[in-house]
Design a binder for this molecule. Structure first.
Ligand SMILES: Nc1ncnc2c1ncn2[C@@H]1O[C@H](COP(=O)(O)OP(=O)(O)OP(=O)(O)O)[C@@H](O)[C@H]1O
Length: 234
């Protein structure tokens, strides 16, 4: 396994949100993390990232225990993150936004190749290098946020609702880019997503959370309409 979350408890101050969560993410596979609003999906992602502390249980990444490591150390081990709501620098240009990642990545001679593969996925970014991030559309900002994460060449890419709040016409582009990332097969993915069909097409397996616990899991083909109605439909 690339990532193994084992019996993890985590939360905020007095409120324990995750109550014994276990999930496995195999090498180069994509896992959908599903569940209604407020069940703990973002809390689980933040626990994997080290933003929320693990109170009990273990998290292994590339066979190392990471649950006590700081977020930046985990990032350097290869955990990339595209937060919900697109987290770009609005006052920096597209190029500057990308360059921050290249510098953090210490990409050196590989920088050009990494940039080219991001432009291949999101050609619009190449046309907008001089624009400020803040003037891009929501979909373009999302493309920039994903592009920035990819420049770090993570072993695991975590995407928190990448299509949320994006115009329908751009959702297809975001989805296509994620399919393209999947097709390259260079990294594992955790995808939090409300669009079940997209999760079905993009992922090999799924976990459904409810009130801080995993209530269903399996191969994505086993995610049936009954489960969707019971655990996912609002
Ligand atoms: N910083 C915080 N401090 C205290 N409680 C929080 C904090 N963030 C989230 N919570 C609570 O933790 C619970 C789980 O929230 P979380 O955001 O993990 O759910 P989610 O499944 O990601 O839902 P959503 O899709 O709405 O983000 C909720 O009850 C929420 O109110």
């Amino acid at each position: 396994m690339l990532l193994s979350v084992k019996d993890v408890y985590a939360g905020y101050d007095e409120s324990m949100i995750l109550k014994g969560v276990s999930i496995d993410v195999p090498e180069k596979k994509a896992v959908a993390l599903l569940g209604r609003n407020g069940v703990g999906k973002t809390t689980l992602l933040n626990t994997i990232l080290g933003i929320v502390a693990t109170k009990a249980g273990s998290i292994e990444f590339t066979d190392r225990s990471i649950e006590k490591m700081a977020p930046d150390v985990r990032a350097r081990l290869g955990i990339g993150y595209v937060p919900q709501g697109r987290d770009i620098f609005p006052g920096l240009t597209v190029w500057e936004n990308l360059n921050v990642s290249l510098r953090v990545a210490n990409a050196g001679k590989d920088a050009e190749a990494r940039l080219e593969s991001v432009y291949e996925l999101f050609p619009v970014l190449k046309d907008m290098l001089k624009r400020k991030g803040g003037v891009l559309s929501g979909g373009q900002q999302q493309q920039l946020a994903i592009g920035r994460a990819l420049l770090l060449k993570p072993k695991l890419l975590i995407l928190d609702e990448p299509t949320e709040g994006i115009q329908p016409s751009i959702i297809d582009q975001i989805e296509d880019a994620i399919y393209a990332i999947r097709k390259k097969g260079e990294m594992s993915v955790i995808l939090v997503e409300q669009y079940i069909d997209f999760a079905r097409n993009a992922c090999e397996s799924f976990y459904i959370l409810e009130r801080g616990s995993v209530v269903q899991k399996g191969e994505i083909a086993k995610l049936d309409d009954d489960m969707v109605a019971k655990y996912l439909t609002v």
